[in-house]
Design a protein around this ligand. Structure first.
Ligand code: DD9
Length: 247
């Protein structure tokens, strides 16, 4: 019964917040842009997205533990590469690392409110069933990094079914090497239980994340080596988080 109530409450709270409050935020940002400039408007909207990311877990009654926040430097851009367990990984990164462009799956482009903010952050929607889109997305990611933005990519390419960390695809790491953008490995644990695959109801529980020290792409001879290192760090971090939960 608790799960049913939490699910109904979360869906109402999140939809009203994203669509209702989100419309107000975007409207206010228009005025801010006119009267105070583009940067002020952007930092206002980004702050609201960050608050949303943290609130999403409060609304689900999920305690969140974050380790390694000292590894994040203000005004530094990163290619952020977490493991992927559930759709709640996105608010987790937005809330505790910060808003940034992301590659989101096409289905999200149909969710009102969510699509506005993914676009606002400069993100893209990827149709994984359409291989022709792959090259286009790589070009867009290249542009995002070339412009000096951070970028969130889940390099496994899909959500893990059992929580194990899959192989990191090297393509995006080539871009980090090209633009000399630091790679930020992030380990996530616990979100896999929040949205169980075969259930309609949320299953609130603890969530944890490690923000690892960034990797300098100039220290790697190619994208495969860089991808493998990031993957190993993320996998070891996930194992550590699992142990912490048990202990
Ligand atoms: C003020 C509401 C912010 C909502 C952000 C949603 C981002 C989803 C990717």
């Amino acid at each position: 019964m608790k799960k049913v109530l939490v699910t109904i409450w979360f869906l109402i709270a999140a939809s009203l917040y994203i669509v209702g409050y989100g419309s107000l935020v975007l409207l206010l940002s228009l005025f801010l842009r006119i009267f105070k400039g583009r940067e002020k408007a952007k930092s206002f909207v980004f702050k609201q997205i960050k608050i949303f990311g943290k609130n999403a877990f409060k609304w689900m009654f999920c305690p969140v533990k974050v380790f390694g926040q000292e590894n994040l430097k203000e005004n530094e851009n990163y290619l952020v590469v977490p493991n992927h367990q559930s759709m709640m990984d996105i608010p987790l990164v937005l809330g505790y690392i910060g808003p940034m462009p992301m590659i989101a799956k096409k289905e999200l482009s149909k969710v009102p409110g969510v699509n506005w903010f993914v676009k606002y952050m400069g993100g893209l929607f990827l149709d994984r069933k359409n291989p022709a889109q792959g090259a286009f997305v790589i070009r867009q990611m290249d542009r995002i990094l070339a412009r000096g933005n951070s970028l969130l990519v889940f390099p496994e390419g899909t959500r893990s079914k059992d929580g194990t960390v899959g192989k990191f695809k090297p393509a995006v790491f080539k871009l980090a090497i090209r633009h000399k953008v630091k790679v930020l490995p992030v380990s996530i644990w616990g979100t896999i239980f929040l949205v169980p695959k075969k259930s309609l109801f949320l299953n609130p529980g603890p969530v944890s994340m490690i923000i690892h020290p960034p990797l300098d792409p100039t220290q790697f001879s190619n994208e495969e080596e860089l991808a493998l290192k990031a993957e190993e760090i993320v996998r070891a971090g996930v194992e550590k988080l699992k142990m912490l939960e048990v202990g």
